[in-house]
Unconditional design. Structure first.
Lengths: 330, 295, 335, 489, 331
């Protein structure tokens, strides 16, 4: 756990990303604020479409038109990302902030060798003086992520590797410049359980070894709880709950988080009946100024029929629920 | 479930959605209107054509269009036999459009059936059909058509046949590919699990899903076929005189390009406009019904 | 493995070629018309003389015999004598082939050189005015009947402006030793820049006429596949690595986007080879297409048969070449 | 290059072996490379070329005296032996590497030749044949030594003979490039000037497309074009670079009527058709006036032309009356068969027929289909009329009337069969007295005119587009392009 | 479970896929490569019971499920349903069984024909098996929809207008509208979000209870299977390595592979002492499975014998059996 008084590595405030849709502009990321401390692992949880990936693509400046990104504040290691030009932001991407994409099968270019894809990052950011140097570093990186016979497989193409291996190669690519922040977007979703464990293990190990900060995006609370220091729960483009990982799991302060926990079949709680959250998340599009969890929530009252802000509830935690206290202790 | 309320309201089939999207594309609508206009002109030819398209009068030979000193009765001038170019254009549209439409229609039906059978049934059916397709693809199109025309003789029916014999390969290949992909889809397996017959699976489950690329390609091919017919006519293998076809009009007129440019230029422009309109429309169709589809 | 696939392609070629032979043979023997009549022209001739001519042409044998003879000879690479040229078909075709190959290749290069950059720019700057211009231009390209367009080009550039010659392959002051048969290359080999320039001027208009519709199609294909590829995760990932825009588009995206372009280019080149007789006629280009059409009209059976077989082989080889290019573009696309 | 002459030509040569083709354009090209035994002067009179003289010894023997001191392109001497070699090659079965020359039939009853001495050769015939001299200009002679050296097959592309130009290069489909042979003896003594050809080089540039050929002329790329379409006359004349030259052709156009079929078996119907076509109008409008109206088969330039034939004047009223007399008061219907090239002319004829109550439809066929279809009475049983033409390069009735009008002739599409005409034609064939021959042919023409197996049409002029820079060139009626004296400045 | 005649009896079923040979290979008489997706699997499913089938991607779960339904024809062994051998029946004879045996698919997007309305999709079984007219089928479908949590007003809509969870409900309605006896659920919740997953699981359990359905429930998620299954079969590379009552499998797993699966499963509360031990390596290629025990290449407890000899099945009592050299002797 990190010292709260230190300035965070990444600090984002009021991040909003809007996509035009048929129904009108959709605030896919709506006024999201968060921070990641040096060396910390932030877990981001939420169901599909809740805006997890877009949030971090927005931070990297990778949202494509017609998507529009705005923020009140976006600081990375003392630099104001909002003030930087395209070139300067590109220089940060891959070098200081790296991302691994949701699906390794599609994120590696099928037409280029693994060597090309790893070395090009280093060459682009002057982390290697020559191709030979870059290749040597790439072999090193591949070894680090646990690819056997790395030197021999350098000139293979992605399809010649298994799913787990590809995930590792993507991680190796992301880590090639030893970034200070790794955004791991659902690194395990596409993988088999046995491989999932290997990859999670790998990220934890690398984090220790390279002393970097990690944002771990996932929809599986079980994954997060073992890795993350803090958890941020997203729902329909908003952060609904935030806090230290253990505390959130044990004492959810938002009905959505609580619902997620209750509906999760877990080997530990086989005897407990599951309680699904009814209904489903709203489709992206313009939303009325109401609590977005309104029609799925079991506690709905008149008080919920307004837009609810994310409120600190003490202990470094926050919840976007009128009934936060009651939920947490009820 | 309240969630569905948030979803696209209204009851819309993918087809209806496509129409909706198409209607919002002004280019495509414009192109459709142009095409319809030409079709209407063709259909109404006897009513709107100012002259008898076949009435020759050598005294009017190569008479220029009205703005170059011709007369209003023959607004676009006259051809080498003194026939009214405008009227011949209007009647000629019938040939271009009918050939285009018939060839593509017949070829699509044949191609779809063959493609479905090859893709879904596989085995020797597939081998025979793909073999035939490969063989036909080995023939250059125009040479094949010319050969067939030589074999069967000139005439409208034979043009259509000569083009169909090779054209069906195009939808067939597409349908086969799409069928192979659709066959692996779980909804096909679901229908099988429910005990649906092969015919049902092919015609009722797979066909509706592969129809939109076929339709898109059909329009593109129609444009193509119109040019092919014009090329055959250009080479003198077109319809029988005195019937006018745009291609044969260009062909006959090219001799006079230097001093009576209007004889072959107007039919040339007519082909260009019709083919372009069809192409624009098909692009609109593609965007509306099958955004991921590539040519 | 590669070699195996190679061999396999060639074995797969056999039934196709056999099928093509059967069809072309049937087509041509079922076609009414008599080459002997055409040969004799306006003259008296005795029935004996006609019979002799028929015998010389091998037309007196029954159909099945002619077919097996044709197949047997074709297997040995013999296609008999061209009725009208009275020389081996192979020679007659061989003389015309280089012109057609040269025209096709140049047209292909021109088409690709227009289509790929335009397609990429149109995709990257989607919905910009550049995209619209390119799209409208490509529509013109595919909608323009080639025979008409060619004549217009001649009228404008040759007759009115006098920039390009009307017809032929090269001027006649230049005598170039034939090495490859492709004049653009032969003139360079001979070190004759003036002749090269002449040849280039001669080929410009026909190549352009041929290339434009193809460029239009290829541009559209490139554009749409590029748009698709630009959406791919790996392009986003490449951007996330902080690579230069040029590298992301020119390498990561383009290399994948070219696959459909290559497919269509192979198909189109096949049809160019066979379909350029109209351009060859208009521009007096001494190629094979024109020869074949004339041969069909004059019922010159041996020539038509051999030429169509040649087209079929070329077509299959082109597609094979396209396959090879795929594996380079994207090794995942297996041969 | 100085003295280079370019001809925009509509077709490539099929071969350069003069004995191994049946193609007019091929011959035109070869004729500039190789001389024949005889040739024709601009007035179409047959004159000696390689020969010094020719005379008939008896009914079936002709003797040719060959010029002295002839040298082929390669410098080899050319003697009577070479002539014999060529005549035998042309007329003996299987004489060309196992094949028979396709030109054999052009030499009718010639069976071979015998050498008398180094300058004399005798032509042997199986039957008397008056038109031998008219037919000999069609055959060009090659060098025997060369032919034996390279072999029959190679003669297709390699040329050595006596002629004004020698072959430089044949770019198949593109051009035939020939250069002056300085050692040339000078050509027919009767056609001055005599001497080597003027241009250093001549290029036959192959441009099959009419519009392109005209464009090439107007762009100054070529100096002469053949087959100038009448429609381009105005254009060419308007240009300051080029002009039109015309010469009476040798091709007779006609509409053959299927006499075996009703109602064309009735001479009144056939005459009605003749009166229903306004030849003058079509010639004037479509052929730009460049044709001669005919009332019979023969060209006015040809031997034994009968200039006294009655004219079938354009007279729709008379046509209708004739039809009514024949039992068709409401007119008749017919289909005109023709090929693509003649489509619009045929349509014009059809349009004119309509004014005389004759509903004519044009049906276009491929040449390869059409002529066999009209070849025999059975095959044409259902056909009505055939719009076609027949060439008469020899300008002798024997060359056109026998195939087209004698019973069972190869070109007798009308199925015309008249015992008297047959007898006249047969007799004229062997008659050696040219005056008597002429009388016979004239009588035959009169019968044909009266019987009207065809709708007689016209004899178009051959049109050439010629650069104004060109000097010393005249088109000639046999479609040859003789470039012996031509030059450009 | 009560000892009675099983509804479904699978005996030594094998399913091979032949990888198509090229013409050259055919000429050279190379025998086509064969992929043993299912290699001799036997199990029973009693009426009313749910058998969970778990294993890694590509181990043959779906193939097994489809073979049981005759969607793939078994290459060896037999499948009996309700006492009748069905695996060799011609399709025509088997057709009546189709209404009694159904399947629910994993992919809610691919398993519904995008061009058919809900009425047509859900009504199709009625039309095929009851000869219902379009009207009748639609009426019946309208009656049935509320049972899967959809409303009749959804009938005229098309799949693209539904969320993943709703689509899965449509798929369930289609499978269950004819009231089948036996349903193969091929990962019906794997593609869904956690909150929706629970809804669907609940729905399935509700149906099972209400209609006494028998399930073959395929999943790769132990937690899900543990929740719904009475018994669990663990599959590895085409073979069943362990099978037994749910509690036994979860509490006392016998096969090292089962243990590894349990160990790596994400948990909210990690029990003391169950340190995550990741298995090494990937699933070997089914084209060329390891000799001996198929798991030995990744097994932390492998002995020399495992590499050479395939283990036989050992009965551990109470319906729990395992195929592993660690238990019982090898034959
Ligand atoms: N280019 C776009 N145009 C319009 N909407 C978009 C676009 N990209 C994403 N969205 C919408 O933004 C929302 C958030 O997407 P995002 O990918 O961030 O979700 P996520 O939380 O990462 O979900 P998952 O778990 O499925 O990855 C989704 O509703 C999605 O439909
Ligand atoms: N039609 C087929 N042809 C060839 N091989 C196949 C076919 N279907 C499946 N396979 C192969 O059989 C093996 C088992 O596949 P199967 O789909 O049954 O696995 P699974 O356990 O269901 O995996 P998943 O969890 O990914 O669905 C795999 O290696 C697969 O590639
Ligand atoms: Mg995401
Ligand atoms: Mg599966």
């Amino acid at each position: 756990m990190t010292d709260a008084s230190r300035t965070p590595l990444l600090e984002v405030r009021g991040l909003t990303t809007i996509f035009p849709t048929r129904a009108g502009p959709a605030r896919v990321v709506d006024d999201v604020s968060f921070h990641v401390d040096e060396g910390e692992c932030l877990g981001v949880v939420g169901e599909s479409g809740s805006g997890k990936s877009i949030t971090f693509l927005s931070v990297l400046g990778l949202v494509r038109p017609p998507g529009k990104v705005s923020a009140e504040r976006m600081m990375f290691a003392g630099q104001d990302l909002l003030a930087l030009g395209e070139r300067a932001r590109r220089a940060i991407r891959g070098r200081d902030i790296a991302i691994t994409m949701q699906d390794a099968l599609t994120a590696l270019n099928p037409a280029l060798t693994v060597a090309t894809q790893i070395t090009e990052v280093m060459l682009a950011h002057d982390r290697a003086g020559s191709m030979d140097e870059a290749r040597a570093a790439a072999v090193e990186m591949m070894r680090l992520v646990g690819i056997p016979a790395a030197a021999k497989r350098l000139d293979d193409y992605p399809h010649q590797f298994s799913g787990g291996m590809r995930q590792r190669i993507m991680i190796a690519t992301a880590l090639a410049c030893r970034p200070r922040l790794l955004i791991a977007d659902e690194p395990t979703t596409a993988l088999d359980v046995t491989i999932q464990a290997q990859v999670l293990e790998l990220i934890a190990e690398l984090r220790r070894e390279l002393r970097m900060s990690v944002v771990l995006i996932t929809h599986d609370l079980g994954v997060v709880v073992e890795q993350a220091d803090r958890i941020m729960v997203m729902y329909a483009g908003q952060v609904v709950e935030e806090g230290a990982a253990r505390e959130v799991i044990e004492d959810a302060a938002h009905p959505y988080t609580a619902g997620l926990l209750a509906s999760m079949p877990s080997l530990d709680t086989l005897d407990r009946p599951i309680h699904p959250i009814r209904g489903q998340a709203p489709m992206p599009g313009p939303m009325p100024p109401l609590c977005r969890f309104l029609d799925r929530c079991e506690r709905t009252t008149e008080a919920c029929r307004k837009s609810v802000p994310l409120q600190p509830i003490g202990g470094g935690r926050a919840s976007r629920c009128v009934w936060a206290e009651e939920v947490a202790h009820g | 479930m309240s969630g569905a309320v948030a979803m696209n309201a209204g009851v819309q089939s993918p087809l209806a959605l496509g129409w909706l999207r198409l209607k919002q594309n002004p280019m495509a609508i414009g192109a459709a209107m142009v095409t319809l206009l030409i079709v209407a002109a063709a259909v109404l030819a006897p009513i709107i054509a100012p002259q008898d398209p076949n009435e020759a009068d050598l005294f009017r030979r190569l008479q220029p269009p009205v703005w170059l000193g011709g007369e209003w009765a023959f607004p676009l001038g006259c051809d080498a036999l003194g026939r009214d170019i405008l009227s011949r254009l209007i009647y000629g549209a019938r040939i271009s459009i009918l050939v285009g439409a018939l060839v593509v229609l017949i070829a699509s039906v044949v191609g779809i059936l063959a493609g479905l059978a090859a893709g879904y049934l596989g085995g020797w059916v597939d081998r025979v059909i793909t073999g035939l397709v490969d063989i036909l693809l080995g023939f250059p199109y125009l040479i094949f058509a010319i050969g067939l025309m030589a074999m069967m003789g000139a005439g409208f029916q034979n043009i259509v046949l000569a083009l169909v014999y090779k054209e069906w390969v195009v939808p067939c290949r597409i349908v086969r590919g799409e069928t192979l992909a659709a066959r692996e889809q779980e909804y096909v397996e679901a229908a099988r699990a429910l005990g649906a017959s092969r015919g049902h699976v092919m015609l009722r489950e797979i066909l509706p899903n592969i129809l939109s690329p076929v339709i898109v390609v059909a329009t593109v091919r129609m444009a193509h076929v119109i040019i092919l017919e014009a090329s055959l006519s250009f080479l003198g293998l077109g319809v029988q005189p005195p019937t006018a076809s745009w291609g044969s009009m260009v062909s006959e007129g090219r001799e006079f390009l230097l001093d009576a440019w209007w004889v072959s230029t107007f039919p040339g422009i007519a082909i260009l406009v019709l083919v372009m309109a069809i192409n624009v429309f098909s692009q609109g169709l593609r965007d509306a019904f099958d955004p991921r589809m590539q040519e | 493995m590669r070699l195996g696939k190679f061999v396999e392609r060639f074995i797969g070629l056999i039934p196709v070629l056999f099928g093509v032979s059967v069809i072309v043979f049937l087509m041509i023997t079922l076609t009414p018309g008599d080459p002997v009549e055409i040969m004799l022209g306006d003259a008296r001739s005795s029935p004996e003389q006609e019979a002799a001519l028929r015998r010389d042409m091998g037309l007196d044998r029954p159909i099945h015999e002619r077919f097996f003879l044709f197949i047997a000879n074709a297997l040995r690479g013999e296609f008999g004598l061209s009725f009208f040229h009275r020389r081996p078909v192979i020679d007659v075709i061989g003389e015309r082939l280089p012109a057609t190959i040269e025209l096709t290749l140049v047209a292909l290069v021109v088409a690709l050189a227009i289509a790929i950059p335009l397609g990429v720019i149109a995709a990257v700057k989607r919905n910009s005015w550049l995209d619209r211009v390119a799209t409208v231009g490509s529509l013109f390209g595919v909608s323009m009947p080639g025979f008409w367009f060619g004549i217009l080009l001649i009228l404008l550039f040759s007759v009115k402006l006098g920039w390009f010659p009307v017809s032929g392959r090269i001027g006649f002051s230049a005598e170039v030793r034939s090495v490859t048969g492709l004049l653009l290359i032969d003139t360079l080999i001979a070190g004759r820049l003036d002749s090269f320039w002449q040849a280039l001027r001669h080929i410009s208009l026909p190549a352009l006429t041929l290339a434009l519709p193809m460029a239009a199609v290829l541009m559209r294909v490139t554009r749409s596949s590029m748009i698709e590829v630009l959406r791919a995760d790996y392009v986003l990932f490449a951007e996330a690595k902080g690579l230069a825009k040029a590298r992301v588009i020119g390498l990561h995206a383009l290399k994948n986007a070219l696959i459909p372009t290559v497919t269509v280019a192979a198909l189109e080149t096949g049809s160019l080879l066979g379909g350029n007789m109209i351009v060859e006629t208009v521009f007096g280009w001494p190629g094979l297409g024109r020869l074949v059409v004339e041969a069909i009209f004059s019922r010159n059976y041996p020539l038509v048969q051999a030429a169509v077989l040649l087209y079929a082989v070329t077509y299959v080889l082109l597609n094979f070449l396209a396959d090879l290019i795929y594996t380079w573009l994207n090794p995942k696309v297996r041969l | 290059a100085a003295g280079e002459l370019r001809v925009g030509f509509s077709q490539d040569a099929q071969t350069l072996d003069p004995a191994n083709h049946r193609n007019r354009e091929t011959e035109t090209i070869i004729r500039n490379l190789c001389d024949g035994i005889l040739t024709r002067d601009p007035a179409m009179k047959v004159v000696p070329d390689l020969a010094e003289s020719i005379r008939q010894i008896d009914a079936t023997t002709w003797e040719i005296k060959v010029r002295d001191g002839l040298k082929s392109h390669s410098g080899a001497p050319f003697t009577a032996a070479d002539i014999k070699f060529n005549l035998d090659r042309l007329t003996k079965e299987n004489a060309m590497g196992g094949q028979t020359s396709p030109r054999k039939s052009l030499l009718g009853p010639v069976t071979g030749s015998e050498l008398v001495d180094a300058r004399t050769v005798r032509v042997k015939l199986s039957a008397p044949w008056a038109i031998l001299p008219a037919m000999l200009p069609f055959q060009e002679m090659v060098s025997e030594a060369h032919a034996k050296k390279v072999g029959d097959a190679a003669l297709a592309t390699s040329v050595d003979c006596v002629g004004p130009y020698k072959l430089v290069e044949w770019r198949r489909g593109d051009a035939v490039i020939i250069a002056r042979d300085p050692g040339y003896y000078g050509g027919a003594a009767a056609i001055p000037p005599v001497g080597p050809a003027k241009p250093d080089r001549v290029i036959f540039k192959i441009i099959p497309e009419n519009a392109s050929r005209v464009a090439a002329l107007l762009a100054g790329e070529v100096d002469i074009i053949n087959e100038l379409p009448p429609s381009a006359i105005k254009q060419v004349e308007a240009s300051d670079k080029a002009k039109v030259m015309a010469v009476n052709g040798t091709r007779t156009f006609f509409l053959a009527l299927n006499m075996a079929k009703k109602p064309f078996d009735d001479p009144r119907v056939r005459k009605a058709l003749n009166h229903a076509v306004d030849r003058k109008l079509i010639i004037d409008r479509i052929l730009a006036g460049k044709a001669t109206a005919l009332n019979g088969v023969m060209s006015p330039d040809a031997f034994a032309f009968n200039d006294k034939l009655p004219e079938y004047a354009y007279d729709p009223a008379l046509a209708k009356t004739l039809l009514a007399e024949a039992g068709h008061p409401n007119g008749i219907e017919l289909t005109i068969d023709t090929t693509g090239a003649f489509k619009s002319t045929a349509e014009a004829i059809a349009a004119l027929l309509a004014r005389s109550n004759i509903k004519a439809k044009v049906q276009v066929w491929e040449g390869a289909v059409l002529s066999p279809m009209w070849a025999t009475a059975e095959k044409r049983a259902e056909r009505d009329a055939y719009f076609t033409s027949w060439g008469n390069g020899a300008l002798d009735p024997s060359d056109i009337m026998v195939p087209t009008l004698r019973t069972k002739g190869r070109g007798n599409f009308a199925g015309f069969s008249n015992a008297k005409v047959d007898a006249l034609l047969d007799a004229a064939e062997t008659e050696t007295d040219q005056t008597k021959r002429a009388e016979m042919y004239k009588e035959a023409q009169a019968i044909v005119n009266a019987e009207a197996p065809w709708v007689f049409l016209w004899l178009p002029q051959d049109l050439y587009g010629v650069s104004k820079r060109l000097k010393g060139w005249q088109p000639s009626a046999d479609s040859r392009i003789n470039l012996h004296d031509a030059s450009v400045d | 479970m009560a000892e009675m005649k099983p509804l479904l009896a699978v005996r030594a079923v094998t399913k091979h896929f032949t990888i198509r040979t090229s013409p050259v290979e055919w000429l050279m008489r190379v025998s086509p490569a064969s992929l043993k997706a299912v290699a001799g699997v036997s199990f029973d499913v009693a009426r009313g019971e749910t058998l969970g089938l778990i294993g890694e991607s590509g181990c043959g779960k779906s193939t097994l499920g489809r073979t049981v339904l005759n969607l793939h024809r078994a290459d060896g062994g037999s499948v009996s349903f309700d006492g009748k051998e069905i695996s060799a029946m011609p399709e025509a004879e088997f057709r009546p069984y189709r209404r009694r045996m159904q399947i629910i698919f994993q992919d809610p997007y691919a398993s519904l024909n995008p061009r058919r309305s809900v009425a047509e999709i859900v009504g199709l079984p009625l039309r095929l098996h009851e000869g219902a007219s379009a009207r009748q089928a639609e009426e019946k479908a309208a009656e049935f929809l509320p049972r899967v949590g959809l409303s009749p007003e959804h009938l005229r809509r098309y799949p693209h207008q539904f969320s993943g969870g709703q689509r899965q409900r449509i798929g369930i309605a289609r499978a269950l509208i004819l009231n089948p006896d036996f349903v193969v659920c091929d990962e019906p919740v794997s593609a869904l979000d956690v909150s929706i997953q629970a809804q669907i699981l609940e729905l399935l359990m509700h149906f099972r209870q209400r209609y006494g359905l028998t399930f073959l429930f395929i999943s790769h998620d132990l937690a899900v299977v543990g929740r719904i299954a009475d018994r669990i079969a663990v599959m590895y590379l085409g073979e069943i390595v362990e099978i037994g009552p749910t509690a036994a499998i979860l509490e006392s797993p016998a096969h090292p592979y089962t243990r590894a699966l349990l160990a790596v499963a994400p948990r909210l509360k990690r029990r003391a002492g169950t340190e995550r031990v990741a298995l090494k390596g990937d699933l070997p290629s089914p084209l060329d499975p390891p000799k001996g025990c198929r798991f030995h290449t990744r097994c932390p407890l492998a002995k020399p014998i495992c590499a050479t000899l395939a283990p036989t099945v050992t009965d551990l009592g109470t319906g729990h059996s395992v195929a592993c050299h660690l238990h019982g002797g090898a034959s």
